[in-house]
Design a protein around this ligand. Structure first.
Ligand code: OGA
Ligand code: MN
Length: 286
């Protein structure tokens, strides 16, 4: 069966069929997948039973360089011994569910805030590839928001005001909004990065709001005006018409474009059940 895409939402998100990503190497298929990402922003693939090394190898074939600077590295070592393989789970190094008051659990809960991956780094994240290993019996969906459609829906006047503005993103900032404390040594490693508020793709010709809960301020504006605008834009961009909810199945791989979408994890009984996924994010470099 040849590669084909079906839309899962009126604005963005496609399901790709007819491809085994662990084996795809030819340029034509990889190019068609990249074009699918430009069109849909999020691609869902069913029946992709990746091992860790297969997932890392596919991400490299797909987009070159892997992002290995994650926020959690400032807190504790990666349990797989490879910072490019992000541990999206609620378990400790022995595979046991984290205690309710475990600091790593509190840190991971911030994935339930709307965000885009590694916007607090320079270069930031381009594609994220998230693959299931162990799923809980219920809940634990992931939501995605279409930041190109959200941009398109702004008034011409607001678009004009936002053009050229820059935003500081910090993972310490997004955790602190939940009351999470960092040591001075940790904060030293988490200084953040500055990126444009509106991103423009020369490939698709489209603009997107580049927002995240990591966004702490607009550099060109006063602190309160900038924070108010960021809040308003976050509310605007996450209205139901811009949001797709993904219900995970065993062996799913979902790829999203961090330049054109935001995402957030939804709750589940994380004190009772294991949920383990692995994420690989690529570097947004030319
Ligand atoms: C991520 C992430 C959300 C989820 O992997 O970057 O934010 O539902 N995941 O696990
Ligand atoms: Mn994320």
């Amino acid at each position: 069966m040849a590669l084909e895409f079906t839309a899962l939402h009126p604005l963005f998100v496609g399901e790709a069929r007819g491809v085994d990503l662990r084996r795809v190497e030819d340029h034509a298929t990889l190019d068609a997948l990249r074009a699918g990402m430009d069109r849909y922003g999020v691609l869902v693939f069913r029946n992709q039973p990746f091992s860790d090394s297969e997932q890392l190898a596919f991400a490299e074939r797909f987009d070159g360089t892997l992002h290995a600077k994650t926020g959690s590295a400032a807190l504790s070592a990666n349990r797989f011994g490879n910072e490019a393989l992000t541990d999206i789970s609620n378990v400790d190094e022995h595979g046991a569910v984290l205690a309710a008051d475990d600091r790593r659990r509190h840190y991971g809960l911030a994935n339930r805030l709307w965000h885009t991956d590694a916007s607090f780094e320079d270069p930031p994240g381009r594609y994220s590839l998230l693959s299931t290993r162990v799923l809980p019996p219920a809940g634990a969906d992931t939501e995605f928001a279409d930041m190109r459609a959200a941009y398109d829906a702004l008034s011409a006047d607001l678009k004009q005001q936002l053009e050229g503005l820059t935003v500081h993103h910090s993972i310490a900032y997004s955790r602190q909004t939940l009351g999470f404390d960092f040591s001075p040594q940790e904060l030293e490693k988490l200084r953040g990065a500055v990126h444009p508020l509106v991103r423009h793709s020369t490939v698709t010709g489209r603009r997107a709001l580049y927002l995240a809960s990591h966004a702490s301020r607009i550099l060109e504006w006063s602190l309160p005006e900038g924070k108010l605008m960021l809040r308003e834009l976050m509310e605007h961009a996450t209205q139901p018409q811009f949001v797709y909810r993904h219900r995970w199945q065993e062996h799913d791989l979902v790829i999203w474009d961090n330049r054109t979408t935001m995402h957030r994890a939804r709750p589940f009984e994380d004190h009772k059940h294991r949920r383990e996924l692995r994420r690989v994010t690529t570097l947004d470099i030319a």
